[in-house]
Design a protein around this ligand. Structure first.
Ligand SMILES: *[C@@H]1O[C@H](CO)[C@@H](O)[C@H](O)[C@H]1NC(C)=O
Ligand SMILES: *[C@@H]1O[C@H](CO)[C@@H](O)[C@H](O)[C@H]1NC(C)=O
Ligand SMILES: *[C@@H]1O[C@H](CO)[C@@H](O)[C@H](O)[C@H]1NC(C)=O
Ligand SMILES: *[C@@H]1O[C@H](CO)[C@@H](O)[C@H](O)[C@H]1NC(C)=O
Ligand SMILES: *[C@@H]1O[C@H](CO)[C@@H](O)[C@H](O)[C@H]1NC(C)=O
Ligand SMILES: *[C@@H]1O[C@H](CO)[C@@H](O)[C@H](O)[C@H]1NC(C)=O
Ligand SMILES: *[C@@H]1O[C@H](CO)[C@@H](O)[C@H](O)[C@H]1NC(C)=O
Ligand SMILES: *[C@@H]1O[C@H](CO)[C@@H](O)[C@H](O)[C@H]1NC(C)=O
Ligand SMILES: *[C@@H]1O[C@H](CO)[C@@H](O)[C@H](O)[C@H]1NC(C)=O
Ligand SMILES: *[C@@H]1O[C@H](CO)[C@@H](O)[C@H](O)[C@H]1NC(C)=O
Ligand SMILES: *[C@@H]1O[C@H](CO)[C@@H](O)[C@H](O)[C@H]1NC(C)=O
Length: 870
């Protein structure tokens, strides 16, 4: 099971994305609360038109005659007001005023004939598979007040004709809409709720948006909007919710937003806002949720924030603040969540911060504080559930009083300078995660371990890289059955591993290397780990049974009899065809047919199914279905039906003469996308997944040139292998990747590890920068691509760059400021440096994917900044 995909930055859950908290509060639609009328027979022409129009809708909205619209019967011209989803007017009884077809399996396109329902006031079609465009003709529905098409697959742009309606509610969230937000929407006088989140909208927020005096909620999150927040919107006096999270918006934060007497939720996180937090506040402000995390904000955190007395959540993570945390924050009576992580703030945390008794979540991670923790922290934070102080430069003893904060579920004090003996946390019966790694902590008599037996929900226990001494106590076997990860590596533990460890039946990740332990991991543990991962696969919630089934005949038809015209590529394990399946929204899919004669191919199919079944991420190719059946000769036939990636493989973009050269910008973006996918597989999947066959031909590019990893044929779940290095590793059968990209240690029989993927990633970076394959004939006699690049780094890097990059930015650079070119060179150097460190010979010298992802994201930010300057 894995986390749903996340945005960059937060290792170990330090940043809480606040999008969970963004609810559209408003839905006062009483004006449309018309009730189904017992339809009177009427032969008047408008009602007959409504009947005909409903049949027209039925024809276009669903290709499934047995589906929801099946009960809309052609011969029933009288009773149509009683059809499911149809509501007629009370007064004009046979006239349709509302269509409520949410989650009804609709999968066609919205036809223009809908405008013949001239009294229609409400269109509610969310959670379907509608595709195609939003018909501009909707603008003719002059009574339309409510339009909800959220969670469909609508594409194209938002029609500007909508402005001629009386729309109060527009919800188009989670579609595939592109283009800008029409300025005309700002002219809708009654507009109250506008939700366009989760599309691919570009351009600025229209300057007229906010002129409606009824505007209550504006949610434009998860798009790629640019430009500033228009002042009309910032000054809108009715606005209660403004959620712009995850765009590329910039400029300063308008002070009016902080002076508002209506705003309750303000979420500006994950953008490029700059300047400082406005030092304004309104005593009457009802503001409850304020998220400014992951922007470029500078200056000090103003003490005026302490005036927002309704504030429940304050996220300021990952900006560039200076100075200290204002004491005034500790006076906020209702504050429940506070995140100031990733700011590299110096100095000390005001002790009063640890006195905010309402806090349930506190993250001060990744700062340069020099505090000790107050002795009584566990009494002054009685409600705390999550405490994240990782890498905050804290020192001294861990206060034993933490054990009195009995609501604690997650404690992360990793990477600080805590010393002394680990206290007993046995009273924390809700504890799920205890991370004390990378400190100078001691075990004492190990009584903390036996007390942890009381924490029956414990899932993660990391004590790695400390000064734990002595033998592991047998009480280790009494740790909770829920424990999945136990990290004790890099300590000074001696003796042997107690056999009781074998009773940790759910353990999937045990690390004990770099200690003085003698003997092997007891066989029972290895056995249990194997058994466990099989079991967890079976019980996984997301299984293929939810997916559509396709027959062999379907696939023959889709690929025109697996015709070679449709062959996209082939490898040892089989061939990939392009195919057309009528049931898919845009028809085209890729079908990977496994060559079952080949030794290992059935395994490869299983590995790939398992990997896909356990993963979901925007940078992983999506599987539509798996097909395991017999062909027409009765032979086993196995195929995966996956998303078709229009722009082919990364390999084809680096080397094909047919393609236009990849810009540096695209290369950087692709590097970020691959890193995001690997970070997800390595760090957000439990058990972690190692891809094992990373190479440019397994990186596919979508329509927007976003990169997605594919080909999990060799993917490995880490725990299916002995995950401690104290057992002498035996060589594993089967291939481990492709020549040129395989980590050198695999050649010596080392076990599969995430470090191996990091190596392959490094090679891909070097390949993208040089335009040379690691298998290029240039590389022989001990010269590898790594050494080749290293020899040129940094002075002579210009000489080994892919000429296509140089040519590209030569063009871009000629007429522009020189510093842009210098800046690009600096990005390239950073990228090269990253590629070099990832492809180090020794696994321990390579960074983890967590760091790689953070690093490459920073490079991309710096690079995008340059492009904008030009
Ligand atoms: C419509 O046709 C179906 C058979 O297709 C029949 O069962 C039903 O009674 C008819 N309804 C009306 C209103 O004529
Ligand atoms: C009935 O519909 C007509 C338009 O077809 C409209 O002019 C009239 O106002 C409606 N009557 C009521 C009571 O809504
Ligand atoms: C609306 O209905 C009329 C006649 O009932 C028809 O001619 C026209 O094509 C329909 N409009 C649309 C957009 O389907
Ligand atoms: C749109 O429909 C979805 C699904 O029913 C619902 O969750 C959402 O609140 C609706 N949007 C508005 C603005 O009412
Ligand atoms: C934005 O995307 C994130 C990550 O996919 C998701 O959790 C969040 O709910 C989205 N926000 C909105 C308002 O749609
Ligand atoms: C804040 O709003 C008040 C009126 O509510 C106004 O008088 C004041 O000038 C505003 N301050 C700022 C800085 O916008
Ligand atoms: C704090 O916790 C310790 C250990 O569980 C316990 O002995 C002590 O009584 C607690 N103190 C208070 C005030 O509850
Ligand atoms: C374990 O839990 C029990 C009951 O919840 C409690 O009485 C006991 O003090 C706890 N043990 C430790 C070591 O905290
Ligand atoms: C990627 O593919 C899409 C669809 O085939 C195409 O429109 C687009 O131009 C391609 N992108 C590039 C950069 O060639
Ligand atoms: C794991 O270790 C055990 C012995 O401790 C060994 O028998 C087994 O073959 C190993 N499994 C793998 C997959 O390396
Ligand atoms: C972020 O904002 C700064 C300052 O306005 C600007 O220089 C930079 O180009 C922006 N970066 C991005 C990625 O938009």
């Amino acid at each position: 099971m894995c986390d749903r995909q996340r945005r960059p930055v937060p290792p170990l859950g330090t940043l809480r994305s606040s999008w969970l908290l963004i609810l559209v509060v408003h839905s006062c639609l009483s004006s449309f609360a018309v009730h189904p009328a017992a339809a009177a027979a009427s032969s008047s022409s408008p009602s007959n038109t409504d009947f005909q129009t409903l049949l027209c809708l039925k024809l276009h909205l669903s290709n499934d005659p047995g589906g929801f619209l099946g009960s809309w019967k052609q011969n029933d011209s009288i009773g149509f007001c009683r059809w499911p989803g149809v509501t007629c007017s009370k007064t004009n009884t046979s006239r349709v005023v509302a269509l409520n077809l949410g989650s009804s399996g609709l999968n066609g396109q919205i036809p223009p004939c809908i405008t013949n329902l001239t009294l229609l006031a409400r269109i509610h079609f969310p959670d379907n598979q509608l595709s195609g465009q939003i018909p501009p003709e909707l603008g003719q529905l002059s009574r339309l007040g409510y339009l909800n098409l959220s969670s469909n697959s609508l594409s194209g742009s938002i029609p500007n004709t909508l402005s001629s309606t009386y729309l109060e509610v527009i919800d188009l969230e989670s579609n595939k809409l592109t283009g800008g937000i029409p300025g005309e929407l700002g002219m809708l006088r009654n507009l109250s709720v506008l939700n366009l989140a989760g599309n691919s909208l570009t351009g600025n927020i229209p300057i007229s948006l906010g002129s409606s005096t009824s505007l209550v909620s504006v949610v434009l999150a998860n798009n790629t909007l640019t430009g500033p927040i228009p002042s009309v919107l910032a000054n809108c006096s009715s606005l209660q919710v403004l959620n712009l999270v995850s765009n590329n918006l910039g400029g300063g934060i308008p002070p009016a937003l902080f002076n508002s007497t209506s705003l309750r939720r303000l979420n500006l996180g994950w953008n490029n806002f700059t300047g400082s937090i406005p030092d304004v506040s309104n005593v009457d402000s009802p503001l409850q949720y304020l998220t400014l995390s992951v922007n470029g904000l500078t200056g000090t955190i103003p003490s005026s924030l302490g005036n927002f007395s309704s504030l429940r959540l304050l996220y300021l993570a990952a900006n560039h603040f200076q100075g200290s945390i204002p004491v005034s924050i500790s006076k906020l009576p209702n504050l429940q969540e506070l995140d100031i992580s990733y700011n590299y703030l110096p100095g000390t945390v005001p002790p009063s911060i640890f006195n905010i008794s309402s806090l349930t979540y506190l993250s001060l991670a990744v700062n340069d504080f020099t505090n000790t923790l107050p002795f009584g922290i566990g009494y002054t934070l009685p409600n705390i559930q999550t405490l994240i102080l990782q890498q905050g430069n804290f020192q001294g003893k861990i206060p034993a009083s933490l054990a009195n904060a009995t609501n604690l579920e997650s404690i992360n004090l990793g990477a600080n300078a805590f010393n002394g003996i680990i206290p007993s946390f046995g009273s924390l019966y809700k504890l799920k995660q205890l991370i004390l790694a990378s400190n100078q902590l001691e075990a004492g008599d190990w009584s903390f371990m036996s007390s942890l037996a009381n924490c029956t929900r414990l899932e993660v226990l990391s004590l790695a890289t400390n000064k734990l001494q002595g033998s592991l106590p047998s009480s280790i076997g009494s740790l909770a059955n829920t424990l999945g990860a136990l990290w004790l590596h890099a300590n000074e533990i001696s003796g042997s591993i107690p056999p009781e460890t074998g009773s940790l039946t759910n353990l999937v990740w045990l690390r004990m290397e770099q200690n003085y332990i003698v003997g092997n991991v007891p066989g029972t543990i290895a056995f249990i780990i194997l058994k466990r991962s099989k079991r967890s696969k079976q019980s996984d919630r997301h299984s293929f049974t939810e997916m559509k089934n396709f027959s062999y005949a379907d696939l023959v038809k889709a690929t025109n009899g697996f015709s070679s015209d449709n062959l996209l590529g082939s490898g040892t394990y089989g061939s990939v065809y392009k195919g057309i399946l009528d049931s898919e929204a845009n028809g085209i899919v890729a079908i990977k047919v496994f060559n079952l004669d080949e030794l290992g191919a059935p395994k490869s199919f299983v590995a790939e199914c398992e990997a896909f079944r356990n993963t979901r991420h925007r940078n992983l190719v999506r599987v539509i279905s798996a097909c395991s059946t017999w062909d027409n000769k009765g032979n086993d036939f196995k195929a995966l039906i996956i998303e078709y990636m229009a722009n082919g493989t990364l390999e084809s973009w680096i080397y094909s003469e047919m393609r236009e050269p990849l810009s540096l910008d695209s290369r950087v973006t692709i590097a970020v996308d691959i890193a995001a996918a690997l970070d997800y597989l390595h760090n957000r999947c439990m058990p972690p997944i190692v891809h094992c066959d990373l190479k440019p031909s397994n990186v596919l590019l979508d329509n927007a040139m976003g990169a997605r990893l594919s080909d999990f044929g060799l993917a490995k779940f880490l725990p299916t292998h002995n995950s401690t290095s104290i057992t002498s590793s035996t060589s594993l059968g089967g291939p481990r990747g492709s020549i040129g990209y395989i980590a050198p240690e695999y050649g010596f029989g080392s076990k599969i590890s995430t470090e191996g993927d990091v190596y392959s990633y490094g090679i891909i970076i070097l390949e993208m920068v040089t335009g040379k394959r690691p298998t290029d004939e240039l590389f022989n006699n001990g010269l590898s691509i790594h050494k080749f690049v290293r020899n040129a780094f940094p002075q002579k890097i210009g000489e080994i760059l892919d000429p296509n990059i140089v040519q590209n930015f030569g063009d871009e650079g000629v007429d522009h400021e020189k510093h842009a070119t210098v800046g690009m060179m600096s990005c390239i150097l950073q990228l090269v440096k990253l590629g070099l460190s990832c492809s180090m010979e020794t696994p321990n010298d390579r960074p983890t994917m967590l760091n790689v992802y953070a690093e490459v994201s920073a490079i991309k930010r710096a690079f995008s900044a340059l492009c904008v300057e030009k």
